[in-house]
Design a protein around this ligand. Structure first.
Ligand code: TEU
Ligand code: CA
Length: 559
């Protein structure tokens, strides 16, 4: 096992717009983050990942960047950001920034130039193609509905946008563009940041012919991911980026990679290949979707989750490194999705946290997860802000013939705004997030679910997270031990064993709201005195040969 600081760290993701508003304009900001750094330090956080804070017209909440080297006015100034970095380092924490270079904003100066004429020197910074028979160059669909191509009358050509039409894809085939990106990265690294989370970084290399995607059901547009996910030059580009930039700094990198599988992830994260340290994989986020994609709701079969997590645990062990997450700013709230956000909210949130934090990999906590924040249900579509939700609603309900109620149901379960309601700091108006009008409505449950309440209650989810974090820092087995799944076919519990030298760690979790009887494998000799942590009061008379697990119970033994 090779020790590294980023293997032994806990990361906390901040979505700045929704974290803390320091000046009453209803929008979270950098000064707000600075005011809350002690909260994060007390939780035990080592690394902060900051979602984009760059200049942006905010078509996709900052993932559409119009200036990579400036701070969004609503969030503050470069001086504020410098102070943030200093205050983070003063507290012995680290900062990683979001790097969004699969695309820029259409308001970026490169694109403003690029669209002017076919011979503009920035033309090849983006991906332009003539139409085909008066239509788009191919049949690819945008992640945010409609075609992935936008016609630009100025030069009578189309540009590619895998995301919104205000997010044109950058052309990584162009070495000049790559150089600009590397210089920009160095500029931030020279300011002293500690690494990058790289947005959809496995999309940057496209098959140059950009062929039509197979379309068996004869749909208007279909996903072209086959031709840009883990594309032909992706490893070459990442190795070049590593050589030119990353290798010169002691930093952490995590590549966000929709659609990546274990075999590819081994390549991305194997240190001997000099690419990245970790990837965010999505397979476990897709297990509750049907064949028609994310809005096609399907109940989760726990056995699929077990199989998937185990595959990644075993697959990367000794080769690369896992990132561990159950939610982020694009996903529903973990407790609403995999637990029970009503009568078992506290125990089920703790159970899920136990499951995740005892695995091998670097754990990521998404803001509010540590206090058990839940999904939201707004009655009116007008209260939603996310471009993905709004475009999808328009396509399916306004222009299509799907029912409002059914589409709203899907939004309640999967919509990205579930994760984006303001952080609930206390039980005052707007959960203490802002003294003004919040940019998106606060979840009305802030009166019971808020950080102040959680800090004052020793049995809260928040204190349980602190304990999980402390344990990881004190036990190498949690970071470096190997992994074995127990009882793969059991539909109710998720149990596994970690082993490091002579030590063993047994993790038992009940995923149901019923009591479940459970027996330990006969070759393990744990007793109740080996208990490390659990989400219920201990039952002293417990016999591990036959335990009754309570609803959503989680217990960990170390022996
Ligand atoms: O997300 C990439 C991505 O493909 C998904 O997580 C996406 O949000 C989801 O599949 C939609 O259903 C990244 C960012 O995390 C996301 O916020 C951005 O919108 C997107 O890239 C474009 O930059
Ligand atoms: Ca503000």
């Amino acid at each position: 096992m090779e020790r590294h600081w980023w293997k032994e760290s806990i990361v906390y993701q901040i979505y700045p717009r929704s974290f803390y508003d320091s000046n009453g304009d209803g929008i979270g900001d950098i000064n707000g983050i600075i005011q809350k750094l002690d909260y994060l330090k007390n939780l035990g956080i080592d690394i902060i990942w900051l979602s984009p804070v760059y200049q942006s017209p905010n078509d996709d909440n900052g993932y559409d960047i119009s200036d990579y080297q400036a701070i969004l006015d609503e969030f503050g100034t470069m001086d504020d950001w410098e102070l943030l970095l200093k205050e983070i380092h003063n507290r012995d924490m680290k900062l990683i920034m979001d790097l969004v270079v699969n695309h820029s904003s259409d308001e970026h100066k490169w694109f403003v130039e690029s669209r002017k004429s076919k011979d503009n020197s920035y033309r090849d910074y983006y991906i332009w193609r003539p139409g085909k028979n008066g239509k788009e160059p191919n049949n690819w669909k945008s992640t945010f509905s409609g075609s992935a191509w936008k016609y630009d009358p100025q030069t009578d050509e189309y540009y590619l946008h895998i995301f919104s039409e205000k997010q044109p894809d950058l052309n990584w085939e162009n070495p000049k563009l790559r150089n600009e990106v590397y210089n920009m990265m160095k500029w931030w690294l020279d300011k002293g940041i500690d690494g990058f989370r790289m947005d959809v970084i496995n999309f940057i290399s496209k098959v140059p012919e950009l062929p039509d995607a197979p379309n068996p059901h004869n749909e208007k547009y279909v996903s072209g991911s086959k031709y840009f996910k883990d594309g032909p030059r992706i490893h070459e580009f990442l190795q070049e980026m590593n050589r030119e930039v990353l290798s010169k700094y002691n930093v952490m990198t995590v590549g966000e990679m929709p659609g990546v599988n274990v075999e590819e992830a081994k390549k991305y994260t194997n240190p001997s290949r000099n690419e990245l340290q970790m990837v965010f994989q999505f397979e476990h986020m897709d297990l509750d979707s049907g064949p028609r994609g994310k809005w096609d709701l399907k109940p989760l079969d726990l056995r699929d989750l077990k199989e998937n997590i185990s595959k990644w645990q075993i697959g990367l062990h000794g080769i690369g490194w896992n990132s561990l997450y159950l939610n982020n700013h694009d996903q529903p709230r973990m407790v609403s999705r995999f637990g029970n956000d009503k009568e078992y909210r506290v125990v089920s949130a703790k159970m899920l946290a136990t499951l995740l934090h005892m695995l091998q990999g670097t754990p990521y906590i998404y803001q509010g997860e540590e206090i058990g924040m839940t999904n939201i249900q707004f009655e009116s579509i007008d209260d939603y802000k996310d471009i993905e939700i709004l475009n999808m609603y328009k396509e399916k309900v306004i222009e299509g013939n799907e029912s409002h109620d059914e589409v709203m149901q899907a939004i309640y379960v999967k919509g990205r705004d579930n994760a984006r309601t303001p952080f609930q700091w206390n039980d005052e108006k707007n959960g203490g997030f802002t003294t003004g009008e919040p940019w998106i409505k606060v979840n009305p449950n802030y009166k019971e679910i808020n950080a102040e309440e959680a800090i004052s209650d020793p049995d809260s989810i928040y204190h349980y997270y602190r304990e999980l974090i402390r344990l990881r820092k004190n036990h190498d087995i949690i970071v470096y031990g190997d992994y074995q799944l127990l009882y793969p076919d059991d539909q109710d519990t998720f149990c596994y064993l970690r082993t490091l030298n002579e030590e063993k760690l047994l993790v038992i979790t009940n995923f149901t709201e019923d009591e479940v009887t459970w027996s330990k494998p006969s070759d393990l000799d744990f007793t109740i005195s080996n208990k490390l942590i659990g989400n219920y009061e201990s039952n002293e008379s417990i016999d591990l040969n036959k335990i009754t697990l309570r609803p959503f119970e989680a217990i960990v033994y170390l022996g």
